[in-house]
Design a protein. Structure first.
Length: 265
């Protein structure tokens, strides 16, 4: 009874948050975070990447909220105009007729105003929230980006980057956190390590989720050629030729198809 009286006195005196007040505060914070995430995604759709980044940073300056950090990771990995080892970034707000992000990145002249060491931030949160498998998915995306841009983690070596890609995606997929892109990236990591049999299932899963994904058809055709399943390889190479919208990729797929058909003779 005395403890209950003390708690009531503390709450009424404003010296601590009562349970109801704490719940209200948490609900208010969650609502504010949800609003910020919606607004940031809208800004990304409008190509206002720097504004999206600034909003997310204002919402979670300490990089302590997984949902906000995951959104920041997506913006950092996909919409930067310049980066220093995926630890510091530059972003722009683009207009409709501005050059593409790829064109701007090639210049590499934008100031690196924003510090966000992606790997360090995600690993710290993964330690705090081991059951949040979206963080494993994000780390898989990070390591796949490292390989694609060749702009970070040089000390690890390419094979180790691929092994880490596989480990993080496997954990994410085992807990329902995956899509056609992450399954493709997992298959690609196996492919680059020369583990062709292991790459088949992820590529096939990627195509189950997105049957028109031309790049997955092309890579699966290559793997099937390597393991001498020529008929299936031919089918996927032909599909890649049909699906690629640009001449350069169509030519690559057509060349692979010609190689497959030569082996079938």
């Amino acid at each position: 009874m005395a403890r209950l009286f003390f708690l009531l006195f503390v709450c009424s005196a404003g010296l601590a948050l009562c349970p109801a007040q704490a719940q209200t505060t948490a609900a208010t914070a969650a609502a504010a975070e949800a609003t910020a995430l919606r607004q940031a995604r809208q800004l990304v759709m409008e190509r206002r990447y720097e504004a999206a980044w600034q909003l997310l940073t204002l919402t979670d300056p300490a990089n302590a909220v997984p949902a906000v950090v995951l959104e920041k990771t997506d913006v950092a990995l996909h919409y930067y105009t310049n980066t220093e080892s995926l630890r510091r970034f530059a972003f722009r707000n683009l207009k409709l007729l501005d050059p593409s992000l790829d064109s701007i990145r090639q210049l590499g002249t934008d100031s690196l105003r924003y510090r966000f060491p992606v790997r360090k931030v995600l690993e710290r949160l993964q330690t705090r929230f081991p059951d949040n498998y979206k963080l494993a998915r994000a780390l898989g995306d990070y390591y796949f980006t490292v390989q694609q841009c060749d702009c970070a983690e040089a000390e690890l070596g390419e094979d180790e980057v691929f092994r880490r890609t596989i480990r993080q995606y496997q954990e994410a997929h085992a807990h329902g956190q995956g899509d056609y892109l992450s399954y493709f990236a997992l298959g690609y990591a196996y492919q680059r390590l020369g583990q062709f049999q292991e790459s088949l299932a992820p590529f096939e899963r990627s195509l189950q989720l997105r049957p028109t994904y031309a790049t997955a058809h092309l890579n699966l055709a290559f793997v099937l050629l390597e393991i001498k399943q020529f008929q299936k390889a031919q089918e996927h190479a032909r599909r890649a030729v049909e699906l690629f919208p640009d001449d350069a990729h169509k030519e690559d797929a057509a060349f692979l198809l010609s190689q497959i058909e030569e082996r079938m003779k």
